[in-house]
Design a protein around this ligand. Structure first.
Ligand code: FAD
Length: 294
């Protein structure tokens, strides 16, 4: 039996030759061998078995909000986790599968009167992507609220604490392991107060970020805590600077946006120009926050 048929029979949606531009928030990325969307964690485990025993390369994606994928496409399968979105509340623990949207999870926490993740409301992407990136906002990071993370590693499933995962600013040691589920440790509070705080953070985000533009979030990591990349880029007069259809956002210079028919290569060139200028002016070496797939 061919691999596509095996994956289909194992309970996943299978889209051969799918373009990644349809699945990334910056709308860039060529074709992959197939996009595989498991319908449950069991279908994910079956798909992983099939891919591993066939020796096929694969990558994992959440909601594609931090990905820049080559327009030439990739000779790999991509597993998209969006349908793994079950959750349960056990006292002050919120346990969820990794494909659930972080925004939805914040809403769920609020409706159960669980506080602690209001600052993260509005970060697009999935719970898995947020853990992988140790995403954060307004002084709160994923590591601050995680109780445990369940990882799949070569057929083994194990739970880890955030300390085991060496989580720090936009960094973890998860590597090629796959996040299946996680538990968030929250605190009881009134839903009304939680919603109020969530709305305040969302408002701040709306004022500062290019929410309605096609972007992949912050282009670069801060090289040190007090170095704000967006402000530095702005000081260099690069706000609005573009190469081809890729542009430094007019609203927030830390964001790269696809302002037209932006290409992967345009984005890479723009990244290099900004890195060079920042190094020349401030002596800082910038590392991209956006994950580059090529
Ligand atoms: C407008 C905008 C605003 C943003 N604001 C913020 C912000 O305030 N703070 C912030 O930190 N980020 C921000 N981001 C970036 C992005 O939303 C986060 O990094 C988000 O957590 C990525 O989640 P995702 O599901 O989209 O991951 P993807 O982009 O799909 O993947 C990112 C990485 O995680 C890995 N991954 C995803 N899921 C899993 C899994 N289940 N198991 C193993 N690996 C996995 C992928 O392989 C990839 O390496 C913003 C992005 C946009 C577009």
């Amino acid at each position: 039996m061919k691999i596509l048929e095996k994956l289909y029979l194992s309970g996943s949606e299978v889209i051969p030759g799918e373009k990644m531009s349809k699945h990334t928030s910056i709308e860039v990325g060529g074709k992959v061998k197939a996009l595989v969307i498991p319908n449950s964690s069991n279908s994910l485990l079956r798909a992983l078995d099939i891919l591993k025993s066939s020796g096929e390369d694969f990558r994992i994606m959440g909601l594609g909000t931090n990905l820049l994928v080559s327009d030439d496409g990739l000779d790999v399968f991509v597993l998209k986790m969006e349908r793994l979105s079950a959750f349960e509340v056990c006292g002050d623990l919120l346990v969820a599968e990794s494909g659930i949207a972080l925004k939805r999870l914040c809403e769920i926490a609020a409706s159960f009167g669980l506080s602690g993740m209001e600052e993260l409301y509005g970060i697009p992407g999935s719970l898995g992507g947020a853990i992988y990136m140790n995403a954060g906002a307004y002084g709160k990071e994923m590591k601050d609220i995680l109780e445990w993370v369940e990882l799949y590693d070569d057929g083994k499933i194990e739970k880890f604490s955030p300390r085991d995962l060496e989580m720090s600013y936009r960094k973890t040691n998860i590597g090629n392991r796959i996040i299946l589920r996680a538990a968030l440790k929250l605190e009881k509070n009134s839903s009304e107060k939680i919603y109020k705080r969530m709305r305040e953070y969302l408002k701040r985000r709306l004022e500062k970020q290019p929410i309605f533009e096609r972007s992949a979030g912050s282009l670069f990591k801060r090289p040190k805590p007090d170095f704000y990349v967006g402000s530095a880029i702005e000081k260099l007069g690069l706000k609005g600077f573009s190469i081809g259809g890729m542009k430094i956002s007019e609203k927030h210079a830390g964001f790269l946006v696809n302002a037209g028919d932006g290409k992967f290569e345009d984005a890479l060139k723009l990244i290099e120009v900004v890195r060079k200028k920042i190094y020349e002016s401030f002596g800082e070496n910038l590392e991209t926050e956006v994950r580059i797939w090529r």
